[in-house]
Design a protein around this ligand. Sequence first.
Ligand code: FEO
Length: 391
Amino acid sequence: MQKISKRIYSVGVNDHDKVLFEGLWPLPYGVSYNSYLVVDEKVALIDTVEAGFEEEFLENISQAIGDRAIDYLVVNHMEPDHSSLVGYMLERYPKLKIVANAKTVPMLQGYYGTPLEKILVMKEGESVSLGHSTLSFYMIPMVHWPETMVTWLAEEQTVFSGDAFGTFGVVGEDIVDSTMTFELYRDEMIRYYSNIVGKYGTPVQSALNKLAGLPVARICSTHGPVWENNVNDVVRLYDKLSKYEVERGVCIVYGSMYGNTAAAADALAIELESRGIPCAVHDLAGNNAGELGISGALRDAFKYDTLIVGSPTYNNGIFPPVETFMRALKSRLIKDRRFYAFGSYTWAGSSVNQLNALAQEMNFELLGPGTSFAQAYSRDKFNVAAIVDLV
Ligand code: FEO
């Protein structure tokens, strides 16, 4: 528990044990499920935490408000990492009213059987008074579920933003960013955005435009630090990512069965490095694959302007983990990337053509026809310098 301001307490928890967020995304630095109390004449709890942390959550709340009742539970977002203790809280605090919006109601009923009479349904811009302060609600659909809203506490210029501006990584004893640099979380915020929210660039832009009308001094997200010192930086990063804007650099992503496509990827990385071009390399398969897998590859595909993708020909197609990566790019509507494909084959090479076809479906700019080489890698078959000249 941490008191953040005159009225706001952080009562969320750190999860050091979960291996895969949403069952998909690795968590080498853990994740936090943030929840906040706003304490005035009435008490509001903003979101809950994931099931399994009941005891710690209640202890945090108790440290903040003792035996006081909670009047409102605001459900900004229904994904179960934030909502799965709704029923539990209703049992503990029988007078509690759930504050939500119309799109949330069927999800509350479907997930938790929440009785209708327990729910106060808010429309865009409507408010709930806590006494000397007011919570107002603004819809930000598809950031990143359709029911998502943010809660605005005008008296403290604070937005409770749901997943928006969230990041992977647990938080320290001080959840507020006053004692640490944003750089500590930047890559994990990009990975979080690209993995979880990446498909919804246009809705994120709509949400940012809506928030631009508010004098935000503090962002209380559901994951990661509370942003006070870095509000402008995190908003700028979200703006950039949701516009699919990039920086100069190359993201090499590949899979390899017997090391020949891998050798070509390594040669490309060495050549790029020798020319001072920023480069990130992601091996998606085998013993040497990076622990972040597709999750890390997506992060750097969102970051850099050029994608070089390698795949051996497998079953006359793309090596499965690489195809999964390409389809993950497509489902995130990623655009405006420069693209080059390469890969080895044994008796018939088709992976490069198929990678190019997928890239064209995403309107990527092909830097060339790609390089497909037979059997073992060698510099004779794979002209590294000529490929990097195209970059
Ligand atoms: Fe952290 Fe969309 O849930």
